[in-house]
Write a protein that binds this ligand. Structure first.
Ligand code: FES
Ligand SMILES: [Fe+2]
Length: 377
């Protein structure tokens, strides 16, 4: 290694710059390795990436009826933001802060049907749209109430069965999901029903970004997922870079395990067994002929991550076949390898990585998006 390469191989997170990762994957060096263990970077990611992007907070059907209120914590362990998803009497959906504008108590801690919200601490009342209604013992307070006494609004939207929220989004939800919608909008997304039996939470001893790195390449499939490798055709596995997301397309060996694609689909005439969409930064929408396996990634700390698996089924007869079967086993295999990498990146002897131009374009794009948000470029 010459001295320039030596520097690139060791550079630290303190020196994150927009051009740290070359846009040309053939020339690029990966993220500094302390990126995956630094508490300082974890804090910066929380403020500059997670607070500025969209995350799934639940199922749109949980708040279908007028007057329903559902308290949720947006990204527990990082943002830890208490919010309420409500449907008012006119049927309008709202995302609002769950933090009382008097002295900060949580306004509502139990889901239910109600006509208004009443803070349990001193009785301040709000409408289901977050607007201030009344407050006992506040006579004589000047300029009260004002707009500052309404509960803060939280941007909220839905795609398919999923509700997304964000604190301060840098882009619209439509910008995040439009390309996915264009590709798989023909599927019966509205029929998808959550199957709790096929849903699980996993705790992983690794940095959330390592979990995403692993997700974003199919390079490891022949080595790590032997059973999955038997169901898909690794040779034709491909990655497509979208604006704020990545699509990996897995082709099946057996026609019966593949989608029936309409003529309007760009994939018509091919045997697609799985569409793996990753939405920046921490949402994965895995689409199979039976339905969707949603993965919500919750960063808990520099080396700890919770992953929620939620199965939404629209065709039970196609379950347990092909690429969309044995998801728990595949997850265990992924966790083992990601936890191994977490130990590796801590090593004093570890170096920044290069990328495979054929197989790691998704990882390269993810790292460049992270830098873009972290450096405000
Ligand atoms: S904190 Fe809510 S009324 Fe006082
Ligand atoms: Fe994997």
């Amino acid at each position: 290694m010459d001295s320039c390469e030596e520097k690139r191989a060791h550079s630290r997170v303190m020196s994150l710059t927009p051009d740290l990762i070359d846009p040309d994957i053939r020339k690029a060096w990966g993220l500094p390795l302390d990126f995956y263990s630094s508490p300082e970077i974890f804090e910066r990611i929380t403020a500059q990436v997670l607070a500025k992007t969209w995350h799934v907070v639940g199922d749109a059907r949980e708040v279908e009826g007028a007057g329903l209120v559902s308290p949720v914590t947006l990204l527990p362990g990082s943002l830890e933001e208490p919010i309420l998803v409500t449907r008012d009497q006119r049927g309008l959906l709202h995302g609002i802060s769950n933090v009382c504008t008097h002295r900060g108590a949580l306004v509502c801690e139990k889901a239910g049907q109600m006509t208004a919200l009443r803070c349990p601490y001193h009785g301040r009342r709000f409408g289901l749209d977050g607007g201030f209604l009344s407050m006992p013992e506040f006579g004589g307070v000047e300029g009260f109430p004002s707009a500052a006494d309404d509960l803060a609004r939280v941007p909220l939207g839905s795609w398919g069965p999923f509700l997304f929220a964000s604190i301060d989004p840098s882009h619209s939800l439509a910008e995040l999901t439009a390309e996915m919608d264009a590709r798989i909008g023909f599927l019966p997304l509205g029929d998808a029903r959550l199957d709790p039996e096929r849903s699980r939470d996993y705790l992983v001893d690794a940095n959330w970004a390592l979990y995403c790195d692993n997700y974003l390449e199919g390079f490891h499939i022949p080595f790590v997922h032997q059973k999955l490798a038997g169901a898909i055709d690794y040779g034709s596995y491909r990655t497509e870079l979208l604006t704020l997301s990545t699509l990996q397309v897995g082709h099946g060996r057996d026609e019966e395990d593949c989608f029936d694609l309409p003529p309007a689909s760009p994939d018509h005439g091919t045997r697609v067994a799985a569409y793996y969409f990753w939405l920046f930064p921490a949402t994965m929408v895995n689409v199979y002929p039976w339905g969707i396996s949603l993965n919500v990634i919750q960063p808990l700390g520099p080396a700890r991550t919770r992953v929620l698996f939620r199965s939404y089924v629209w065709n039970e007869s196609r379950l347990d076949r092909g690429a969309g079967s044995g998801l728990d086993e595949v997850e265990m295999e992924d966790e083992a390898v990601v936890e191994s990498v977490q130990k590796g990146v801590r090593s004093r002897l570890a170096r920044r990585a290069r990328y495979s131009p054929e197989r790691e374009t998704g990882v390269h794009q993810f790292h460049r998006l992270l830098l873009r948000f972290l450096t405000g470029s």
